[in-house]
Design a binder for this molecule. Structure first.
Ligand SMILES: NC(=O)c1ccc[n+]([C@@H]2O[C@H](COP(=O)([O-])OP(=O)(O)OC[C@H]3O[C@@H](n4cnc5c(N)ncnc54)[C@H](OP(=O)(O)O)[C@@H]3O)[C@@H](O)[C@H]2O)c1
Length: 223
């Protein structure tokens, strides 16, 4: 049996990742600030209360799961970092919170769980990024969010180099523009179009994919 750990699992893309993997018979460690939101989903699901920026709680969970192999770790939790992005109205608190959740927390989680993933069969360390974090595709607005995801991308590239000796596969994924609380109703994709495609993509990842930035449909994205 394969095992996956998912952060931000109570709603949006994270919740559907839980449902998809549980339906395929995987053991699912579903981490959420409100684990009660996960009750009633069928499958081998262990819900854990986790605020991703509470690094003591992250370490404690890694300790609780010590000895377990985690085939796929999905750093999904994220915030939109909404601010009025015109010069003169930058909000430092929004920046700090956006970077804390979108950039630092995934690294702290990767650090805490690296050995759990390294001892598994699949050894896949995934982070949900965004094409808005691509410097090559830079556009107006969303400064904090774009910068937090660009920094996440850089860090995941570094992780892919630093963990290559352990046979890990570190990949950043863009889920598409998806109809979630974050994506909004105007988004072009439904959750059902995005998450199953990402699950299929993650399934097929090989060692040669280590260090890539990939769209939900498998297309390469420019850094
Ligand atoms: N939707 C899109 O179009 C889109 C596009 C590109 C990238 N993404 C990325 O995909 C990921 C999931 O996005 P989504 O659309 O599903 O967003 P969402 O609907 O807003 O859900 C965000 C999830 O992250 C969790 N979260 C936020 N801050 C957290 C924290 N400090 N500790 C623990 N959990 C936290 C939320 O938990 P609570 O329920 O407790 O708030 C929620 O489960 C994010 O990383 C996002 O940047 C989304």
């Amino acid at each position: 049996m394969s095992t996956v750990l998912i952060t931000g699992a109570a709603r949006g893309l994270g919740l559907d990742f839980v449902k998809q993997y549980a339906a395929r018979g995987w053991k699912v460690h579903a981490c959420a600030r409100d684990p009660d939101a996960l009750s009633g989903i069928e499958g081998d699901i262990e819900a854990h209360r986790l605020e991703v920026t509470d690094y003591e709680a992250v370490s404690a969970l890694a300790g609780t799961l010590q000895g377990e192999a985690i085939d796929v770790l999905i750093n999904n939790a994220g915030v939109a970092g909404r601010e009025a992005t015109v010069l003169g109205s930058i909000d430092p608190d929004v920046w700090r919170q956006t970077f804390e959740v979108n950039t630092l927390a995934p690294l702290m989680i990767a650090q805490a769980f690296i050995e759990h993933v390294a001892r598994s069969k699949q050894r896949k360390l995934i982070a949900l990024s965004s094409r808005l974090g691509s410097i090559a595709l830079a556009d107006t607005g969303r400064y904090a969010y774009r910068a937090s995801k660009a920094a996440l991308n850089m860090k995941w590239k570094g992780l892919s180099i630093d963990t290559a000796g352990k046979g890990m596969i570190c990949v950043v994924l863009h889920p598409g523009w998806v109809q979630t609380d974050m994506g909004g109703t105007a988004a072009t994709l439904t959750i059902e179009q995005s998450v199953p495609a990402m699950v299929k993509l993650i399934d097929g990842l090989k060692q040669s994919d280590n260090g890539r930035f990939i769209n939900y449909d498998g297309a390469e994205l420019p850094w």
